[in-house]
Design a protein around this ligand. Structure first.
Ligand code: AP5
Length: 221
């Protein structure tokens, strides 16, 4: 299965990716996670991208395209892949098509998580993430059993700096301006499957598995 997960900030891409990673055992590539790891380790790339990520803007296309090219050249995509947070601009979408064509692993399906603004704001302001393993929680929808402690690995949870209300607004505007056209790009290719992502996690997972089942994607490759 070769998948792209698209949708506004807080639509639930990372949460769904964690579920699919367990269900399908395919590579999960999140540009947001890769960039945050670089920032955590204070690498030259981390220093370069910090101002963009923390202000809610987009990291320049050439930087993230290079990241994806490097990641894919290692052969991790042979078993299938799931891209989360990439592509985010039309330039990235076109370059991705060229990279995948060269590797002969074209996208099967693009899942568009449609979520409304009040829902994503609530999700992002309440989100907490494990600093050690990256597990995703929510203060009310999915709280850790012990406040501030990750259920999975016992690490400390934290709030992403870009999950402050002001930065969320910037991220939403950037999404509407730069990433929404990517939805149209894949719709024109006939690859887009829409999901109502305002529903709770279990309902979203069930709807998605039904789409995969009906389209017979699960039996491909
Ligand atoms: P990135 O990390 O990709 O952030 P994003 O796209 O803004 O998406 P989020 O991670 O915020 O949300 P999500 O949809 O994964 O939601 P989640 O599952 O966590 O990017 C961050 C930054 O990096 C960008 O702003 C940019 O600067 C840079 N960047 C990354 N990729 C780039 C690129 N390609 N080009 C340029 N720059 C790039 O869920 C959110 C919360 O809701 C959680 O608390 C969760 O528990 C809860 N939740 C999820 N689903 C449900 C549900 N169905 N019901 C109830 N609660 C739910």
């Amino acid at each position: 299965m070769r998948l792209v997960l698209l949708g506004p900030p807080g639509a639930g891409k990372g949460t769904l990716a964690a579920f699919l990673h367990k269900e399908l055992d395919i590579a999960h590539v999140s540009t947001g996670d890769i960039l945050r790891e670089e920032m955590k380790n204070n690498t030259p790339l981390g220093q370069e991208v910090k101002q963009y990520v923390e202000s809610g803007g987009l990291v320049p296309d050439k930087v993230v395209i290079k990241l994806i090219e490097n990641k894919f050249s290692g052969g991790i995509v042979k078993k299938g892949y799931m891209l989360d947070g990439f592509p985010r601009t039309e330039v990235q979408a076109k370059d991705l098509d060229a990279i995948l064509q060269k590797l002969n692993v074209p996208i099967d399906c693009v899942v568009y998580l449609k979520a409304s603004l009040p829902v994503v704001i609530k999700r992002l302001t309440g989100r907490r993430i494990c600093r050690t393993c990256g597990a995703i929680f929510h203060m009310t929808n999915n709280p850790p059993k012990k406040d501030g402690i990750c259920d999975v690995c016992g690490g400390a949870t934290y709030q992403r700096p870009d999950d402050k209300e002001e930065t969320i607004k910037t991220r939403m505007n950037v999404y509407l301006e730069s990433t929404k056209p990517v939805v149209d790009y894949y719709e024109a290719q006939g690859k887009l499957k829409k999901l109502d992502a305002d529903k709770d996690s279990r309902a979203v997972q069930e709807d998605l598995m039904k789409i995969f089942h009906d389209a017979r994607y699960l039996h491909k490759h």
